[in-house]
Design a protein. Structure first.
Length: 493
């Protein structure tokens, strides 16, 4: 994406888009990292073509998904393709970590939501492997791409905070956590804050892309959600955000982390943001649920045009069945419609019968999860005053049904857009670093608000219907907990 920024204008142009398709090899799911790097080079070549001498490329910023990493040997060579966070290798790692550090102590030290693929679980699962034994450097994915572009190694802070090895109060590493788990922090290069120089393009990259020397790389919020939250066009500090796409990340922007036991039990995370902020949020499964449904239907010969499917879902019975969008059963790829139907039956609700009903179940469930996450975030953070508006940014901003359902569920106005919030947040930090614009996050967001197309949704319908749907899920959770407790107490026969 090529952004053009002045104090009064902000535009974004798509230079190149390429697929991101993981590869399963010998039972392990990997990122196709070399293909992705080639896509980056092709994109930079397209960006070079899109710029002129009058408007040269000022800098490059990289953001990506979190938690995953590549290992380098002492010569800087990659030790195998990075393992994908959806791989099952971390299945038993959480128990290993909990035996060494009780979950309350881990949360008090790092403030990170328990997710089975966090970097610490990946590293514990990788203990004893030849690749980790031979590793001289560990680079998170955006830092790995930056290293291949510049030859300089660093660890950008917002993404580092997703490793569960960062103390969110000091915004630096937690040696106690690393030492207790046998993780060598020397594998990580020095931490780098967003808005600082991260090197210049290497000669071979210049040759491959046609970009001029020296073209700098700038550290941005390299965790894509960190950049997306910069890209929230809020006009008031009392906003909530939902960064939507494969995941829904719903929460608040805070000045300090919330490290209480109640916060841990509610599965909230304290990821670090730009300009000293904290992204206090809950990870929700997101549009992955619908993406996997579409993939499953396509694999079985059913072709569904998404706009037509969403129109049919809008006509389907609302809140007929809902599922817990945070259920770990939905993480892995596979037959998502069948898993959704099974979850409905397990909670005493009718299973969806058609693709439209399945789609409506997914979107109702996501809206319900958004409502619950934002209400919990306000309560647990002790934030004073009400939330003025919910900002939906990312790909979900295009989904009008999801946006309206979220407004209905939350009982709050929803402002949808921009869809490319991560790219916009990325280029804004680059532009500020280059001196093209100035100011803090409020000033950057004011520029977004004045330049980007936005759509507002007002809450409609019977709000109590959402209360009843929520109570169905809450009742199911209580029942399942009681059944599990009874099973534990039942003597073996």
């Amino acid at each position: 994406m090529v952004g053009r920024v002045t104090p009064d204008t902000l535009t974004l142009h798509e230079a190149h888009r390429f697929p991101n398709e993981p590869v399963r090899l010998n039972g392990t799911l990997h990122w196709n990292i070399l293909s992705l790097h080639q896509g980056v080079l092709t994109g930079l070549k397209a960006a070079a073509t899109a710029t002129t001498e009058a408007t040269p490329l000022t800098s490059i910023g990289i953001d990506s998904w979190a938690v995953d990493y590549g290992l380098l040997d002492a010569t800087g060579s990659l030790l195998g393709n990075p393992v994908h966070y959806r791989d099952t290798r971390t299945a038993d790692a959480a128990d290993t970590v909990a035996a060494a550090i009780p979950p309350p102590a881990l949360y008090a030290a790092t403030g990170l939501q328990h997710l089975p693929f966090n970097t610490i679980y990946q590293l514990v699962a990788a203990r004893g492997t030849p690749a980790l034994a031979a590793a001289h450097r560990l680079l998170l994915i955006p830092d790995l791409i930056a290293y291949w572009l510049t030859g300089e190694a660093s660890t950008e802070l917002t993404n580092a905070s997703t490793t569960q090895l960062i103390d969110p109060r000091t915004r630096t590493w937690s040696p106690h956590i690393a030492d207790t788990l046998g993780i060598d922090l020397a594998l990580f290069p020095p931490l780098r804050n967003p808005g600082t120089p991260a090197g210049t393009l290497l000669p071979d990259v210049l040759a491959a892309t046609g970009l001029p020397h020296p073209t700098p790389v700038t550290a941005v919020g390299s965790h894509d959600t960190a950049s997306a939250v910069v890209g929230v066009p809020a006009t008031s500090p009392r906003f909530a955000y939902i960064a939507t796409g494969t995941w829904s990340l719903a929460g608040l922007e805070l000045d300090a982390p919330v490290l209480t036991e109640a916060s841990r039990l509610a599965n909230f995370t304290n990821e670090l943001g730009v300009d000293g902020t904290v992204r206090y949020l809950r990870n929700i499964m997101g549009l992955w649920l619908l993406q996997e449904c579409l993939r499953t239907w396509e694999n079985t010969g059913e072709q569904h045009h998404l706009p037509t499917l969403l129109e049919a879902a809008a006509r389907a019975t609302p809140l007929r069945s809902v599922v817990d969008a945070g259920d770990p059963a939905f993480i892995a790829p596979g037959d998502m419609p069948d898993r959704i139907a099974a979850a409905c039956r397990r909670t005493g609700q009718p299973a969806p019968r058609t693709p439209a009903e399945t789609t409506r179940c997914v979107l109702d469930s996501l809206a319900l999860a958004h409502r619950r996450a934002l209400a919990d975030a306000v309560r647990l953070s002790g934030r004073t005053g009400t939330v003025d508006a919910v900002h939906i940014v990312g790909g979900g901003a295009h989904n009008t049904l999801l946006c309206q359902l979220t407004a209905d569920a939350c009982g709050l106005p929803v402002v949808a857009g921009p869809a490319e919030a991560a790219a916009l947040g990325n280029v804004l930090i680059q532009a500020r670093t280059a001196g093209t614009i100035s100011g803090g996050l409020p000033e950057l967001r004011a520029l977004l608000h004045s330049t980007q197309p936005l759509r507002q949704y007002e809450p409609t319908g019977d709000h109590s219907a959402w209360d009843r749907a929520a109570s169905r899920l809450e009742g199911a959770e209580v029942t399942e907990t009681e059944e599990a407790k009874a099973a534990e107490e039942e003597p073996c026969g």
